[in-house]
Design a protein. Structure first.
Length: 229
């Protein structure tokens, strides 16, 4: 696999956080951690993790509230890790939009299995195309692999998400607002600066001449459009 999958751990107990982090690293995941809800929320919008492991009892906000907030802008799988064992708590978390619920104490193999399941469910549906091909540019959405003229191109998580959003809707103009909302959610600063910066990086990697793009076009004042296959 080209890009490592990123897991974000939101957990205020540092020992548990470290324990999960070690287990995930061993399995080849890239990890990020947050000890508070607000830190966690901003990491979800800046990092776009592939999976979120969430403790419900956090110092600044209840985990249930976080689930609701995240679901307003992201479909990233959320696995709740909690000491709360009441059936009603589990049901409420799942209803709020969590994908799974693991009760403390738990074993690492159980946790890893649940992460794999959550990731499988979040993968693109079968009817969605699994590939974009145009000129020398090939994007394999399942492997998260981008090749240009047969060479693998390394993109950051955010760059990859931007390119794949555009490629999946190639030919359509995606507006600045839509892209901002999809990638950074409501926790962006409201300007498009971060989008422009990322797009400039992408162009440097994908376009032979960024001033005369062949793959991603700017619709001035509106947004970006990817060349149709
Ligand atoms: Ca806690």
């Amino acid at each position: 696999m080209n890009e490592k999958l990123t897991a974000l751990i939101i957990e205020d107990e540092k020992n548990i956080c470290r324990f999960i982090e070690t287990a995930l690293s061993k399995e080849g995941y890239q990890t990020a951690k947050a000890y508070t809800a607000s830190e966690g929320l901003s990491l979800i919008s800046s990092l776009c993790p592939d999976v979120v492991l969430l403790d419900l009892g956090l110092p600044d906000m209840d985990g249930m509230e976080i689930i609701r907030k995240v679901r307003q802008f992201s479909h990233t799988p959320i696995i709740v890790i909690s000491a709360r064992t009441m059936e009603a708590e589990k049901v409420a978390a799942l209803d709020a939009g969590a994908d799974d619920y693991v009760t403390k104490p738990f074993g690492t193999s159980e946790l890893m299995a649940r992460i794999r399941t959550a990731l499988r469910h979040s993968r693109p549906l079968k009817e969605e195309r699994s590939e974009y091909r145009c000129g020398g540019l090939v994007i394999d959405f399942e492997k998260r692999l981008i090749c240009l003229d047969r060479e693998v191109i390394h993109l950051t998580q955010i760059e990859y998400k931007l390119v794949s959003l555009l490629a999946r809707q190639a030919g359509k103009v995606l507006t600045y607002d839509y892209l901002m909302q999809q990638i950074w959610g409501p926790y962006s600063d409201g300007s498009n600066q971060i989008l422009r910066v990322n797009m400039a990086h992408i162009r440097r990697k994908l376009e032979k001449n960024p001033a005369d793009p062949q793959y991603i076009f700017t619709e001035i004042g509106v947004g970006y459009r990817m060349r149709e296959e």
